[in-house]
Design a binder for this molecule. Sequence first.
Ligand SMILES: *Cc1c(COP(=O)(O)O)cnc(C)c1O
Length: 418
Amino acid sequence: MKKPFLTLAQAREIKKTYPTPFHIYDEAGIRRTARALNAAFAWNMGFREYFAVKATPNPAILKILREEGCGVDCSSLTELMMSDRCGFSGHEIMFSSNETPAEEFELADRLGAIINLDDLTHVDFLYKTLGHVPETVCCRFNPGGTFTLGESKEGFQVMDNPGQAKYGMTPDQLIEAFRKLKALGAKRFGIHAFLASNTLSNDYYPALARILFQTAADAAERTGCQIAFINLSGGVGVPYRPEQPANDIAAIGEGVRRAFEEVMVPVGLGETAIFTELGRFMLAPNGHLVTTAVHEKHIWKEYIGVDACAANLMRPAIYGAYHHITVLGKEDAPCDHVYDVVGSLCENSDKFAVDRPLPKIDMGDVLVIHDAGAHGFSMGYNYNGKLRSAELLLKEDGSVELIRRAETPDDYFATLIW
Ligand SMILES: *Cc1c(COP(=O)(O)O)cnc(C)c1O
């Protein structure tokens, strides 16, 4: 069962100061997750997690992760600016962007970030923009085709479509990019790929690692470039449904270690660092969207209207994504009612849950929407003039800190020319 990190008593106390809806993050959980990841890859000397800022762009979160030894993975101007202000610098910043504006390459270079090039044409673009190429540089790889793992009667455990993805370079382009970059003065090279999203399999990272290790060995041999790191990017998922098994990060780290011993060590690449850019795995389970039941409606179906909406958490509306819901104080009550739990947008897709068995919900009940800590608040938007909620941090000592205030109408109107 999925257990909230918040009790009804805590939620009631918090609501007195910060009305629902709000996002709240669990500092202890974030630190635990970061430590488990770092332990799983402790065998690799240069290991570093670059937290994907787009998942949860908040300085308080970034600072916690920095204390745990993480860097940041940025993909836009404001993510770079936020990371800079949070104290990240130099190689603590990975810049993995695509369709990149020149000014973003300029800022990334000024901060000393590791730039991850999405395309062969970006080599010339970068050189023209900066007048040089950085000594350490990364290229994003796309092997094409489909990527599958673990075939069974029910289908594949993991399936995604790199051949249809806009990212990265083909194998030949990667070699050409390395040669060009080397000729322009680059000295240390990395290879990056993101082949499948939200995977629930301890085999994804090891399989990806094997592909990238072989690509690295080939590139090192053909170009003479020094391979400094392999960036496994994001994609290690979380079980949004209570019946799904969680990934075992220790087993994942061990699987990557085995591939490393088999492929990298024999070709003299045993000093190569492993990087990750996890977002969802680090934060999703460590964040709740907390909302209050404010209306009930009995028509052709049973509806519970809550004070949050898709503008606070868009994944159910756009992906049909499942997010587990706990009615606080009714954790042990039988789920003998079936509801659609809906927000207030004038959009019928604004449903946090459809046909969901839940305990009987009374008006004023507080609901926790689970696994909202990554790609939750950050995907929010202002449709229907809805205002973004506050973000709170449940600290290790049990106190609660406001880490982003809720928007006001003045914020919403601030960019208008009347
Ligand atoms: C989104 C993204 C990530 C993080 O993905 P998760 O699924 O949250 O782990 C990492 N790297 C890049 C380049 C991304 O675009």
